[in-house]
Design a protein around this ligand. Structure first.
Ligand SMILES: Nc1nc2c(ncn2[C@@H]2O[C@H](COP(=O)(O)OP(=O)(O)OP(=O)(O)O)[C@@H](O)[C@H]2O)c(=O)[nH]1
Length: 329
């Protein structure tokens, strides 16, 4: 059975709304990358070295990243040889299988949030404008919907308007926001917030942080201080440090990730605005280069457009048209 058929079977019966969100959210990448792959397949007919070279180029354009592309195409070469595949018909299914495999390859990455029995503290980090505040709002809404009580800490006391923006989200979602005035010490906000979260017995506290990245030493010092204050109040906290990255910034997102990884113990990535890019291959580059799980992806601006990352639904989103066609046959 082809991988397309297996994937279709696997996805059928899971939450259809979520599957559709991946499909819609990845339409830009699908229309660009996948349609070019289809053209390539139509043009070549035979799988040969020129075909692989052009495929490599397309994967690079989709921001999959050089090393990942090399690995992927090598595996494809091997698979084509092993299965004695001569013509390009059906090759999309093999490509999609390798994409899932390459994501899942190596150390298994836990995409679930590290939830505690009592208070779970999530620290949200990332540079300005990547969609950090929006992500906090969406995540709060999601957790609340799961029946958890949530509180937010307005730890970005540096950027004008950041506190108000978080307060607006708090009102929209219906969760309390702990804040101090602009310019106050973020560590003091965290201290207050933890005290409040403990006394109100909330399940999850999500802490915003400043997103300035003017130099690594400052960033490191600030995050270290916030970390220390939180850890002193609750052993083992923060339980998650989620880094928000903007998918539309491509390879630049990888550079940001590297800097944050050196500054703090990032436990997961939230890749925002995946719907806004034709280069959705960045997910694979992140996986391979950083070895940090992509825990959530932003697939639109709506409250319910933040979804846990699922490699199978992602690949379905990339190849939906061809896959549906094959599944019908
Ligand atoms: N299409 C789309 N837009 C998004 C997504 N996530 C965030 N945005 C938009 O990106 C813009 C910036 O988001 P903000 O949350 O304000 O950015 P920010 O990172 O909080 O900025 P700072 O508070 O300075 O860190 C907003 O217009 C959001 O609606 C997404 O997944 N898809």
């Amino acid at each position: 059975m082809s991988f397309f058929k297996k994937l279709k079977e696997k996805i059928t019966g899971t939450n259809e709304t979520v599957t559709e969100k991946f499909k819609d959210g990845l339409s830009k990448t699908r229309n660009s990358f996948t349609s070019k792959v289809n053209d390539l397949v139509a043009r070549f007919r035979e799988v040969d070295e020129d075909f692989f070279e052009e495929l490599e180029e397309l994967l690079l354009q989709a921001d999959v990243g050089v090393e990942t592309v090399m690995e992927l195409v090598d595996q494809l070469r091997w698979e084509v040889q092993r299965k004695n595949i001569k013509n390009t018909e059906g090759i999309q299914s093999v490509i999609s299988e390798k994409l899932v495999e390459i994501y899942k390859d190596g150390e298994e990455l836990d995409t679930d949030l590290n939830m505690q029995d009592d208070l779970t503290v999530i620290l949200m980090v990332g540079v300005n404008g990547v969609g950090k505040t929006t992500t906090i709002g969406k995540l709060a809404a999601r957790l609340k919907e799961e029946g958890k009580t949530v509180m937010l800490a307005a730890g970005d006391t540096f950027r004008a308007g950041a506190i108000d923006q978080l307060v607006v989200w708090g009102e929209r979602v219906g969760v309390e926001v702990i804040r101090q005035s602009e310019g106050s010490d973020p560590a003091a906000v965290m201290y207050d917030a933890i005290r409040a979260a403990k006394s109100r017995k909330v399940d999850v506290l999500i802490c915003d942080t400043a997103g300035r990245l003017q130099n690594k030493v400052n960033l490191m010092n600030e995050l270290e201080k916030v970390h220390r204050v939180i850890g002193k109040e609750i052993e083992g906290a923060p339980h998650e440090v989620l880094l928000a990255l903007d998918a539309t910034t491509g390879q630049n997102a990888l550079i940001q990730a590297q800097t944050f990884k050196e500054a703090t113990n990032v436990t997961g990535i939230v890749l925002t605005k995946l719907d806004g890019t034709a280069k959705g291959g960045i997910v694979l580059a992140i996986r391979n280069k950083l070895n940090i799980p992509v825990k959530f992806v932003g697939l639109g601006e709506g409250m319910d457009d933040l979804q846990p990352f699922d490699p199978e639904k992602y690949v379905y989103g990339l190849f939906a048209d061809g896959l549906e066609k094959e599944a019908e046959e």
